[in-house]
Design a binder for this molecule. Structure first.
Ligand SMILES: Nc1ncnc2c1ncn2[C@@H]1O[C@H](COP(=O)(O)OP(=O)(O)OP(=O)(O)O)[C@@H](O)[C@H]1O
Length: 629
């Protein structure tokens, strides 16, 4: 008969080395956190003793390890531990005294997981704890070893701690004493413990140093003090653009957001410095602020947010959600307040962060709703903001490209401005506006539409205008540029060069062909040939516009020079002047000048000089419209 199985429940075995390895590699950010865990235990013990009658003010004292066999000694005057407690609490992985009857973490304690003390094994092979409990029980010593064993013994008074409290003694491993040295301990105690409610004293070779300081960042303010700005400068590495007070009463969170004076790199993760009741949890919490708040770095102290066991991140719960939402609101309010009180500062903020803000506006309705009104935008009437544009209530007319905008802006009436949608994200933001701000109407405008709305010359003058159009067209024939005569403001502008997207691409290709050579030039030539064939086909089918392959020159019938040309019978003078006006219009429209146009300008000017010097008879010898290609 087989043996009946042994069903007696047995406890799990824990391999301590494996657990310490897990802690150091996967849970804690590094061995330096041992000091944070000691500080946290000390403060919790002091809090527990504070609930007893007649408890003295809390105090923590650290003596760093010095010399070869030096020990680090960490002493608190907290509640202490009895022999029974050390056996149960210190030697049971996962057992903590900081949970209530329902096994929930006690909100007034920093610890809760029952693993923190094990972090000391990252710097020492043994942890020696001496304790005298507040209840008057005999003093005890507990020694835990990294091999997974421990001893407990009661102490005589002469060996024991003289006062109530607990002392942890760590002997750094040989050649591994860096993190327990005086310099490192002072640095770590300051980093983790400067804002604890209990003074932390470090025995340095030159004398005792108290690391405690005021958590300025967690105090309410209307205007930031120079000291607070200095803290911001230290945090950002540059003078912050501003400091914003943060307060979330529901989760006991207070702090300051420092606004970055530079655009962070696109991949940079948010890094909020979070203190839990004065103890530094982490400098890199990346989910406390809404994602869109990339322009701020915050320092906060909280009582209501719960850390994970590693203390490098926060538990995702309702409290975190609420805090994130409230911090977001504080930053939104800051933008709105600044817009009213300090527009200069707002514009420097937008100047620094506008690209990232524009990009985010496309994905984040919440951000879009409050940021879009303040974004700068270019219009034919100059630089303005979306808010100003929307104020008029008229439909917002925008050009899709910078080029189209330039052409339209030259002839747009001030009472009907056109918006430049050509810079990154602007056209996309404009298209989203009706969703973001209900009631907004946006429409795209093209140069072709705008041309159609320009006035034709008055009826009586139309024959003269048509004659000018034909003569000018003849003068530009070799340049593939057609001519149109219209009346538009301002009168001082003789002509506009009009090009749709197709024409522009062709001009760019020609420019590139002139600059390049070999294979690239021949590829561009093939594209051009195909395009020309297509255009010819369209024209045959009567679909084509009258715009030439190199665009269209729109002469302004209201301009004096244009009218003088119309009145002149001198064909030569007219032809040369039209060619100069053509190049002038190209330059004004920021078009690339082809070799043929550069030559045309030089020749036309030379001819004009000859003509005005009375050398007209010699002109026949000059090339008519020489081109280099
Ligand atoms: N200095 C101390 N004074 C009194 N009791 C202590 C002290 N240090 C540790 N303890 C006791 O030992 C227990 C285990 O400590 P440990 O640091 O491992 O975990 P914890 O602080 O409870 O939780 P956490 O893992 O979140 O830090 C504590 O719950 C506490 O009861």
């Amino acid at each position: 008969m087989p043996d009946s199985p042994d069903r007696t429940p047995r406890p799990f075995q824990v391999d301590l080395r494996g657990i310490v390895d897990l802690l150091s590699r996967s849970i804690y950010s590094g061995p330096q956190v041992y000091l944070r865990e000691l500080l946290q235990n000390g403060v919790d013990a002091i809090t527990a003793r504070g609930a007893l009658p007649g408890s003295p003010p809390g105090s923590i004292r650290i003596t760093p390890a010095a010399g070869q066999d030096g020990e680090l000694v960490f002493t608190d005057n907290g509640v202490g531990l009895t022999a029974a407690e050390v056996g149960e609490l210190l030697a049971t992985v996962g057992r903590s005294s900081k949970r209530d009857v329902l096994d929930l973490p006690r909100t007034d304690r920093l610890g809760q997981f029952g693993i923190g003390l094990l972090s000391c094994f990252m710097v020492s092979d043994d942890i020696r704890v001496l304790s005298r409990a507040a209840g008057g029980e005999p003093p005890v010593e507990w020694i835990g070893s990294a091999d997974g064993t421990f001893t407990v013994r009661e102490l005589d008074d002469d060996e024991a701690l003289p006062e109530i409290g607990t002392q942890v003694r760590l002997r750094p491993r040989a050649g591994d004493g860096e993190l327990t040295s005086p310099t490192a301990v002072l640095e770590l105690a300051t980093r983790y413990g400067a804002y604890l409610p209990v003074p932390v004293r470090v025995e340095m070779p030159g004398g005792e140093q108290t690391v405690s300081s005021e958590p300025l960042f967690a105090q309410p303010f209307t205007a930031p003090s120079p000291e607070l700005m200095a803290l911001g400068k230290e945090l950002l590495g540059a003078e912050p653009l501003d400091a914003v007070p943060l307060h979330v009463p529901g989760t006991g969170t207070r702090g300051t957001a420092f606004v970055l004076p530079f655009a962070p790199s696109p991949g940079a993760r948010q890094a909020t410095r979070v203190y839990l009741r004065g103890m530094l949890l982490s400098e890199r919490i990346d989910d406390l602020l809404p994602e869109w708040a990339f322009f701020a770095r915050c320092v906060v102290d909280t009582t209501g947010l719960r850390p994970t066991a590693s203390r490098e991140s926060l538990i995702q719960d309702d409290a975190l959600e609420e805090t994130r939402a409230e911090l977001g609101s504080a930053l939104r309010r800051w933008v709105a307040t600044m817009a009213n009180r300090d527009p200069v500062r707002l514009s420097s903020f937008l100047g620094v962060h506008h690209l990232a803000l524009r990009a985010l506006v496309l994905h984040d309705d919440e951000l879009a709703g409050f940021i879009v009104p303040w974004l700068p935008i270019e219009t034919s009437n100059g630089q303005t903001t979306y808010r100003e544009l929307l104020r008029g209530g008229a439909p917002l007319r925008f050009a899709e490209t910078v080029d189209e905008f330039r052409q339209i802006a030259a002839i747009a009436r001030p009472d009907s401005p056109v918006i430049n949608g050509g810079y990154v994200y602007d056209a996309d933001i404009l298209r989203r506006l009706p969703d973001l701000i209900p009631g907004t109407v946006v429409e795209t405008v093209t140069i072709t539409d705008e041309l159609a709305s320009l006035d034709v010359p008055p009826l009586a003058e139309r024959p003269a205008a048509q004659r000018l159009q034909a003569r000018a067209e003849e003068a530009l024939k070799d340049l593939d540029c057609t001519v149109l005569v219209r009346s538009f403001a301002p009168d001082t502008l003789p002509a506009l060069h009009i090009a749709d997207a197709g024409v522009l691409r062709r001009l760019q290709r020609q420019r590139a062909k002139e600059a390049g050579s070999g294979m690239w030039a021949s590829i561009l030539q093939r594209i051009d040939d195909a395009q020309n064939q297509q255009d010819a086909q369209h024209q045959q089918n009567g679909e084509g516009e009258t715009v030439g392959a190199a665009g269209q020159l729109c002469l302004n019938w209201r301009n004096r020079l244009v009218r003088a040309l119309a009145d002149s019978d001198d064909e030569l003078l007219l032809a040369r002047t039209v060619r100069v006006v053509h190049v002038q219009a190209l330059l004004a429209a920021h078009r690339p000048l082809r070799a043929v146009e550069r030559a045309s300008l030089t020749d036309a000017l030379t001819d004009i000089v000859h003509l005005s010097a009375g050398l007209g008879a010699d002109l026949g010898e000059l090339p008519d419209a020489p081109g280099e290609n």
